[in-house]
Design a binder for this molecule. Structure first.
Ligand SMILES: Nc1ncnc2c1ncn2[C@@H]1O[C@H](COP(=O)(O)OP(=O)(O)OP(=O)(O)O)[C@@H](O)[C@H]1O
Ligand SMILES: [Mg+2]
Length: 240
C-alpha cells in the first residue's frame, strides 16, 4: 500500500491542530490503516511518570496504532511554553530538521500513514533560519490547515493558504474547527473560505463542551483521547 502522510498546521496556536489530528487518526484507523503521529517540536511540559512530557505528544502517542517511544513522537521538547526558537535557545539545544526527518522516515516504515502536527502556525520560527514551513517542506508532506473558527480566522486562513502555496508542498485541504461555543455567522465564514480556498472543508468539527472544560485542567491529552472514542463518529470527512 502506498505510504500516506499529512502535515497538520493551523491558523494559530490553540486552534485545534491536536484535536483535528486525533480525529484524522481515528478516521484513518477506522479505514483499517496503521497510523502514527508526531509532534516533533513541543513547548510546554507536564511532569508525568518520572519525566517531562508534552500533552499533545502524549495524546498522539496513545492514539497511535503501534507502540511508540515518547521520543519518537516528540524528539524536541522544551519546558517553558514559549516560541520554540526561544525555548531552544534558552535550553542551548538548537532545533534541527534532519533528525526529525530521520525519525519520521522510521515511523513511515512501520505504518501506513504518519501525521505530523506542527507547532504554532505556519511561519512559527524553529531556529534563526527555519520556520514550521521549512519543516513541512523537509518532510515533503501535503499540508492540512486547521482553521479555528473565531473572529480573525478568515485573515489568518487566507494568509496561511497563500504562504503554503508559495512552497513546494501540496495543500491537501482544510478543516473547520468550532473552538468556541458561539461563533456568529459560522456558516457564512465557512462559505467564504470555501469560495476563497477553492473547495469545501474536509470536515467541520463541532464544538465539544467537555473538551473545552478540560483545557482548564491538566492531562487534556488523555481525556481528549477518551472523548474521541465516543464523539468522533459524529464527524464526517469529505472525500478523504
Ligand atoms: N471542537 C472543539 N470543541 C471544544 N474545545 C476544543 C475544540 N477543539 C479544540 N478545543 C480546545 O481548544 C484547545 C486548543 O485545542 P488544540 O490543543 O487541539 O489546539 P492546537 O492548535 O493543537 O494548540 P497548540 O498550538 O497548543 O498545539 C484545547 O484545550 C482543546 O481542548
Ligand atoms: Mg497541539
Amino acid at each position: 500500500m502506498k505510504q500516506i502522510g499529512f502535515f497538520i498546521t493551523g491558523t494559530d496556536t490553540g486552534v485545534g491542530k491536536t484535536w483535528a489530528t486525533l480525529c484524522l487518526m481515528k478516521m484513518l484507523q477506522e479505514q483499517g490503516l496503521k497510523v502514527a503521529a508526531m509532534k516533533p517540536v513541543a513547548t510546554g511540559a507536564v511532569f508525568y511518570e518520572g519525566r517531562w512530557m508534552n500533552e499533545d505528544a502524549l495524546a498522539l502517542q496513545r492514539a497511535a496504532s503501534i507502540a511508540l517511544s515518547y521520543d519518537a513522537v516528540n524528539p524536541y521538547l522544551f519546558e517553558p511554553p514559549v516560541s520554540p526558537h526561544i525555548a531552544a535557545e534558552l535550553a542551548g539545544r538548537p532545533i534541527e530538521l534532519t533528525p526529525i526527518v530521520r525519525i519520521f522516515q522510521e515511523l513511515q516504515e512501520r505504518t501506513d500513514c504518519v501525521l505530523v502536527e506542527g507547532v504554532g502556525g505556519w511561519k512559527a520560527p524553529l531556529n534563526p533560519r527555519e520556520k514550521v514551513a521549512d519543516l513541512a517542506e523537509a518532510l515533503g508532506l501535503p499540508v492540512i490547515l486547521v482553521v479555528g473558527l473565531r473572529l480573525g480566522c478568515l485573515n489568518h486562513a487566507l494568509l496561511t493558504h497563500e504562504a503554503i502555496k508559495s512552497t513546494s508542498v501540496d495543500f491537501a485541504g482544510w478543516i473547520a474547527n468550532h473552538v468556541a461555543r458561539e461563533f456568529p455567522y459560522a456558516a457564512e465564514n465557512i462559505r467564504t473560505l470555501d469560495a476563497s480556498l477553492g473547495f469545501p472543508p474536509l470536515a467541520v468539527l463541532p464544538y465539544q463542551e467537555r473538551l473545552r472544560q478540560l483545557s482548564a485542567g491538566v492531562s487534556t491529552g488523555f481525556e481528549a483521547e477518551r472523548i474521541l472514542r465516543v464523539l468522533v463518529p459524529s464527524v464526517t470527512f469529505r472525500n478523504f
